[in-house]
Design a protein around this ligand. Structure first.
Ligand code: AMP
Ligand code: MG
Length: 503
């Protein structure tokens, strides 16, 4: 294995094309992170470069695809200006607190500021052991890396806040899980990697100075307006509460189950982070769980708002000493901020569902109408995505009902609901179908399609199915003639019932 290369082997003529880093996190107190370079790999090979994202970040895709660029994306080359660090954080994992997690297999290379002025972290995931690795090897396998790539891009195409993949690079090394698997490094882009767990790490150590630094950092990156508030810490908390409430509603409106909503996977930015055992619903049922490690169903589809609220309460606890010098005042202000979660989530969820049904106003009886549909869908194993997508056709003409009712085990269950929906639709302005299609995706990263793409990549080194799936998911709201197969639920023999974390 090559030695770590930290010198600048890049010809001077290239300096204008490689990333210009500005590492604000590396300028914070040293106890917030550990400084170390990524561990080099044997034979870097680019599996996928996200050229669109590179351009959005103001990075040169040609340089990233060059030998020097791929070496950087693999962790074999630390370009000038990067200040590689592993961030410290703690976290509640399935309800149990671990005071020392941290980046056990990730290295933040640095931050880039986009042409639009937005700061983003450029992080390598799977880049070798760090002081936070505990018993882990610091590595990632090709399968989970491509999975994170696909799902992050799908979320971005839905318009849901998310971290994204800039690149996936094969390492040429094996990682050892139950079997020997081909290794890979994912380049993750995030508006920051601050998590609830980052605050918990310092709260557990009663390090209020560090907490103050984190609050300032979070405000600068995610809530600049909070700096002007009478109580900036409280305003930050309110901002995180609002973003998480909106985020979880948006997940659920596309049938997304995160699968591992530990506090270390709950981002202050409000971006979805950590695509481990996540999955999308095929048939709707609120108790659906895919993650093989979630034995109790803690992170089931319908539990997600409650868990997000619980995670936010953990954040609020960390912030108590900074909200007010008086303990009781602090507690009541924090509780008030947390109480904002339920109404914010409830409104986002209800309004989102109404839009999915073609309703642009809220009228008496609407909430019952929505609930009634969900209950009937759950009882009849109706496909979540197709039910809503096909309702757009049904809204245009009653002949569209046939394709919806066939999704219900007992088609009469749909008929019984559709009567009330039609009556309600009549009180809306005409021409709703296009608006419904713009919020009801035709295509989601269905588990069986993701598995198919990953196994082709891992077992046959065939990236064509991965590329095809990415292409379809880039336009999830458009009907794509010839791609109908990608819209369909799995046949019984294709059904994937469990997903694995892949760590
Ligand atoms: P996750 O379940 O991916 O959110 O990770 C939880 C914690 O385990 C984080 O601190 C990770 O850095 C760490 N971790 C996960 N996988 C590995 C690995 N292969 N090597 C070292 N640390 C890991
Ligand atoms: Mg994590």
């Amino acid at each position: 294995m090559p030695d770590t290369v930290t010198a600048d082997p890049i010809p001077l003529s290239e300096t204008g094309r490689r990333p210009v880093f500005d590492n604000s996190y590396a300028r914070l107190p040293e106890r917030l992170f550990a400084r170390l370079p990524p561990t080099p790999v044997s034979a870097p090979r680019l599996l996928r470069l996200n050229t669109g994202l590179a351009e959005m970040l103001g990075l040169d895709p040609d340089w990233l695809a060059s030998e020097a660029g791929v070496a950087m994306l693999a962790g074999n080359l630390v370009p000038p200006g990067a200040e590689p660090i592993a961030q410290a954080y703690a976290g509640h994992q399935f309800g149990h607190f671990n005071p020392s997690l941290g980046d056990g297999r990730a290295i933040l290379l640095g931050e880039v500021v986009t042409p639009a002025g937005l700061r983003h972290d450029i992080q390598l995931k799977g880049s070798g052991p760090t002081p936070f690795s505990r018993r882990g090897d610091g590595r990632a396998a090709v399968g989970p890396v491509l999975r994170e790539y696909i799902i992050g891009e799908a979320m971005a195409a839905f318009g849901i806040p998310t971290t994204r993949a800039l690149a996936a690079v094969a390492t040429g090394d094996h990682v050892f899980r139950e079997d020997a698997l081909p290794g890979a490094v994912l380049t993750r882009v995030a508006t920051s990697h601050l998590r609830v767990g980052t605050f918990q790490y310092f709260a557990a150590r009663r390090d209020n100075d560090a907490l103050r630094v984190l609050v300032e950092t979070a405000i600068a990156r995610h809530d600049p307006a909070a700096a002007q508030a009478t109580n900036p810490t409280l305003a930050l908390l309110e901002g995180v509460v609002a973003r998480q409430a909106d985020l979880v509603a948006r997940w659920m409106l596309v049938g997304f189950i995160h699968g591992v909503m530990n506090t270390d996977n709950c981002a202050i930015s409000g971006e979805t982070i950590d695509y481990g055992p996540c999955a999308f619903l095929d048939a709707y049922h609120p108790e659906t769980v895919f993650s093989s490690i979630d034995q109790q169903g803690r992170y089931a589809y319908g539990n997600q708002p409650g868990i997000a609220h619980w995670n936010l309460a953990r954040l609020a606890e960390c912030l108590l000493p900074l909200i007010d010098a008086d303990e009781e005042t602090s507690l009541s202000l924090a509780q008030e901020a947390l109480a904002g979660f339920a109404p914010r989530f409830g409104t986002a969820w209800r309004d989102g569902l109404l839009r999915k049904l073609g309703l642009t106003t809220v009228q008496d009886g609407d909430e019952d109408l929505v609930q009634d549909l969900l209950v009937r869908m759950a009882a009849n194993q109706a496909d979540f995505t197709l039910t809503f997508r096909r309702l757009a056709d049904a809204a245009e003409a009653e002949v569209g009902d046939a394709a919806v009712r066939e999704l219900f085990a007992d088609p009469a269950a749909y008929d019984g609901w559709a009567v009330g929906w039609r009556a309600r639709l009549a009180r809306e302005p005409a021409g709703r179908a296009a608006a419904m299609r713009a919020v009801n995706p035709a295509f989601i990263p269905r588990n069986h399609l993701v598995e198919e793409a990953l196994s082709a990549a891992v077992q046959r080194d065939d990236l064509a199915p991965f590329e095809d799936l990415l292409a379809v998911l880039a336009r999830p709201f458009d009907d794509q003639p010839g791609r109908e197969r990608f819209a369909l639920p799995p046949r019984p023999e294709e059904r994937v019932t469990a997903t694995f974390c892949g760590t």
